[in-house]
Design a protein around this ligand. Structure first.
Ligand code: NA7
Length: 897
């Protein structure tokens, strides 16, 4: 940035109006703007901050309504960039009031002498990218316009209040207040008839205090919300001790946590806990009075699975009924329309108990909608309320509103941001937008923002941006712009992340549903603060992946690409495994590898309950083979699926794919018989294939004894087990039975050829590696045998085989041979359906309850099995597969023919 200046300069524009020349202009003097100014100034960038307000504070400047407080504990809701600042300030309460937070921000502004570069009372009316000058021009409503190289929106996520959208607001002759624009002078509500419209965080904080003053308070509620007691008071000694015991460590843990507050990751899932254990955990969290605690510490599936979530919601509704004495009011206050946490839950002080007061009335707008606001009050479809005051706690045009609604922003080629975002916000990392060079957003849509401790996210964003600007200056670059490809990749990753959590299942300001006509979609990044930070760091370390950089005296740089192509939870699993520095399985020898797999499996979730699990033996060709049978809880008889586990013909046993078998048994409503076929190197080719065939034959002949439906069986398998399943179908066709109704092949080994693209692209790094596959092949099958269709079924005759459902995973060495098998089946006239699972690895679908994004794929596999067996299709949705209901399926490539 050759023209970087230390002090801002003023110049005359052609219009004659003074233009303030700076390196960086920041809009907003809240938490984000203040920290940015501090950092930019230290880095030597001439910076101006513009804010419509008359002082610092941002959202805390405007939201002055009674009861306004933060809902993240103040030990966490603080800047962390300067340990001296941390020791210089002590919060008086666990959750600070708005005035105290404002005092804190004033203290910070004074301590770092920030106010001298902030233009208060100055609204930006328009921002336009000047293509020729490569600068942003900001028109202001007060004083000089601003010309800047970089423009940073630090406008917060909730700063554009939503209009009330109720007819007649202008007719009301009493007093009208908006929580988001509360007057600076005291509002006296004593002895007045007051209405509050809205029961989000603001309404829920304000209502108990307004009720104490008002002669009568009428609350108009459209949607009940979950509220939890804040138990406010002094900062809890355990959290303070944690922080003070190791301040740096505590802060670092927060930065890498899911929500920006250090709480451990829960591993126990709801169905592993007894009712009593769940209640104990819940009561403890309820008593803690901490949103992040109750949102993350009960059980691991509460935020990702509707069944696990419903258990929390039920316990909270019990609390509401226990507090609110009138059952009808309690019922109206009990949320049923959204999962707990999918809409921002609230922290309250005496909220529910307020409805026991004689001077408080709850009006349920679902039963009697507001018809109009009149000169004297509010009329619903059933009655009229005479009022002196109406308080609108009706929320904000969140996230995009804060950026788009504040002023027109025009980027490259004269394109307005409002048209680029007409169908919803498009960003790269929530930080930048393609077509808008040198524009940054702090905690913008597409970043963790409102799903995190905002201060942690603000510091991360501000640091990332300032570090990039500094590096650009050193390298001689003057513009930076996200590429369309990177932005589209981020949209895909955002969509993948949003299938992980339950936020997509509620109509909220997270999704834009609170603003009529606004495009719908989960706007904050749901993948977590720590993973997001890792991604931003990776973008930087990979040569600013997805950004184009230009400068007057340097060649253009553009390292284009998508930063995350794996499913988000798969990425987490792989990172975790990489951190564990596990040995290469093939280096352990067969016995060592088996011991390793047993140890590895011991640490995984056990699998959900099924009706019955029965161990038995069946006669194989050379002696008994063990099997494990999983029976659904529903009344039988059920169709039987003969299942072959994965493990490269070397590893595993009839129990090693237990979570997968249980899950598929529940989803499909079918018996799964997992067969303990014999392994190499003790038993080489064709033992596993022959055992598979023999077991299938025996199961088919004994279906009734096993509680199964007599008639054709189905076969299924994963990896080498899918190889056995495919081979079994060929042998059954050629050897006169048994009849097989369908085959489910999950990541099958189908051909001893190792030069397909997927073997090359995915050779290492995705759990199943090429060296490991070589080792499996060597132990099982000598080179001379490898073209035998009993190990390379792709080389066999494919006509006349049962219908198939073939699953392949994008990042799997076996992907292309699975695809080849599906295509060859189709050519041979076999009905085949293919699921090409984008962003998945070889183990994605068998890591049940770990890789959550595998759920939708397993639901499709279960549907296919039911279809093959001639059963109705809705079973998986009825029985224990709650999370499927709204999960979008992975990419389906070829429909069944
Ligand atoms: P919220 O959470 O968006 O709450 C707004 C409330 O107002 C909510 O209960 C709405 O019901 C209700 N509302 C909105 N428009 C209307 C109309 N037209 N009629 C009746 N009721 C209406 O905003 P807050 O200010 O409380 O909190 C915002 C965030 O700030 C909060 O989550 C914290 O993160 C801090 P709805 O649910 O839409 O049916």
């Amino acid at each position: 940035m050759p023209e970087a200046t230390v002090a801002t300069r003023a110049s005359e524009a052609t219009s004659g109006r003074t233009v303030q020349q700076v390196d960086v202009a920041v809009v907003g003097a809240g938490f984000a703007g203040l920290y940015l100014l501090h950092r930019l100034r230290k880095a030597g960038f001439a910076t101006v901050v513009l804010d419509e307000a008359n002082d610092v504070g941002g959202t805390w400047y405007w939201n002055r309504y009674p009861g306004a407080r933060c809902d993240i504990q103040t030990v966490d809701y603080s800047y962390t960039f300067d340990p001296e600042l941390e020791s210089a300030w002590t919060w008086s309460e666990k959750y600070a009031t708005q005035p105290e937070i404002l005092r804190y921000l004033g203290f910070v502004a004074d301590r770092y002498d920030l106010r001298r570069d902030i233009r208060f009372g100055t609204r930006v009316k328009e921002a336009t990218w000047d293509e020729a000058a490569e600068r942003w021009l900001l028109a202001t409503d007060n004083g000089a316009n601003v010309s800047c190289r970089f423009y940073i929106m630090a406008t917060g996520c909730l700063s554009a209040p939503k209009p009330p959208e109720i007819a007649g607001v202008g007719d009301f002759r009493g007093e009208v207040y908006f929580t988001g624009r509360w007057p600076h002078q005291e509002v006296n509500l004593v002895g007045k008839r007051v209405a509050v419209i809205g029961t989000g965080s603001s309404g829920i904080q304000a209502i108990p205090l307004i009720a104490e003053q008002a002669a009568h308070l009428t609350v108009f509620q459209r949607t009940p919300n979950f509220a939890l007691p804040a138990h406010n008071g002094p900062a809890p000694s355990d959290r303070v001790a944690m922080l003070e015991g190791n301040r740096a460590g505590y802060r670092e843990q927060a930065r890498w946590s899911l929500a920006g507050v250090p709480w451990p990751q829960q591993t126990a899932v709801s169905w592993q806990l007894s009712d009593a254990e769940r209640r104990e955990r819940f009561e403890k969290a309820w008593a803690t009075g901490d949103l992040v605690c109750i949102l993350t510490q009960l059980w691991a599936d509460q935020g990702v699975d509707v069944d696990g979530n419903a258990l929390v919601a039920q316990l909270i509704r019990e609390k509401i009924r226990a507090i609110v004495t009138d059952p009808e009011t309690a019922a109206a206050l009990s949320p049923y329309d959204h999962p707990f946490g999918a809409k921002r839950p609230c922290l309250d002080t005496n909220y529910y108990a307020t409805y026991n007061r004689p001077n408080v009335t709850l009006v349920n707008l679902r039963q009697e909608p507001i018809k109009a606001i009149t000169a004297f009050g509010i009329t619903t479809s059933k009655r009229s309320f005479d009022l002196d005051v109406i308080v609108f706690a009706t929320g904000f045009d969140a996230m995009t509103g804060a950026i788009m609604a504040v002023h027109p922003i025009t980027g490259r080629g004269g394109k307005p941001l409002s048209s680029v975002w007409a169908e919803g916000p498009q960003t790269y990392l929530g930080l930048t937008v393609a077509g808008f060079p040198n524009l940054f957003m702090i905690t913008g849509p597409g970043s963790p923002s409102v799903l995190s401790n905002m201060i942690v996210s603000i510091e991360q964003h501000a640091d990332w941006v300032v570090d990039r600007l500094t590096a650009m200056r050193e390298a001689g670059f003057t513009t930076i712009e996200a590429t369309e490809r990177a932005q589209a990749g981020w949209a895909q990753h955002m969509a993948d992340c949003s299938t992980l959590t339950l936020h997509r299942l509620a109509n909220t300001w997270y999704t834009g549903a609170n603003v009529p006509g606004k495009a719908q979609g989960v706007m904050p990044y749901t993948g977590g603060v720590g993973p997001y930070r890792a991604i931003c760091n990776e973008v930087a370390s990979r040569g600013l992946l997805g950004f184009k950089l230009t400068g007057p005296n340097v060649p253009e740089q553009c390292n284009d690409g998508e930063i995350v192509r794996l499913q988000p939870d798969v990425r987490l699993v792989l990172n975790m495994l990489a951190d564990m520095k596990l040995p290469e399985i093939e280096s352990l020898g067969a016995a060592g590898a088996r011991a390793f797999v047993t140890m590895f499996n011991a640490g995984r979730p056990a699998g959900r309950p099924v009706g019955e699990v029965v161990d038995g033996t069946l006669p194989g060709t050379d002696g008994p083979l063990r099997y494990r049978l999983y029976r659904p809880a529903t009344a039988g008889p059920h169709p039987i699926v003969v299942y072959f586990h994965g493990g490269g013909w070397v590893l595993g046993d009839e129990q090693s794919d237990e979570p997968f078998c249980r899950d598929m048994c529940r989803r499909s409503g079918m018996i799964f018989v997992s067969v303990g076929y014999r392994h190499a190197p003790e038993h080489r080719f064709p033992t596993a294939a022959e055992d598979g065939y023999a077991a299938t034959r025996w199961v088919a002949e004994h279906a009734a004894e096993l509680g199964g439906t007599p008639g054709p069986v189905l076969v299924a398998g994963w990896s080498a087990g899918a190889n056995i399943a495919a081979v079994t179908c060929q042998l059954a066709r050629d050897r006169g039975g048994p009849p097989i109704a369908g085959q489910l092949l999950l990541c099958p080994v189908t051909d001893a050829t190792f030069d397909r693209r997927s073997y090359i692209d995915n050779a290492t790094g995705y759990f199943l590696t090429r060296p490991l596959m070589y080792w499996f092949w060597d132990l099982y099958c000598s080179p001379a045998d490898r073209t035998d269709p009993r190990v390379s079924p792709l080389r066999g005759k494919l006509e006349g085989l049962p219908p198939a459902f073939v699953v392949t995973c994008e990042f799997d060495p076996l992907r292309d041979e699975g695809v080849a098998y599906a295509e060859a089946l189709r050519v041979a006239g076999v009905p085949v359906e293919q699921l090409k699972a984008r962003g998945h690895i070889h183990t994605s679908f068998t890591m049940v309850d770990v890789v959550i994004t595998g759920v939708a794929g397993r639901a499709r596999m279960a549907d296919a099995l039911r279809r093959f067996a001639g059963l109705p299709q809705d079973m998986g949705k009825r029985e224990g597969a709650g999370s499927d209901r709204n999960a979008s399926p992975p990419e389906a490539i070829a429909a069944a023919e």
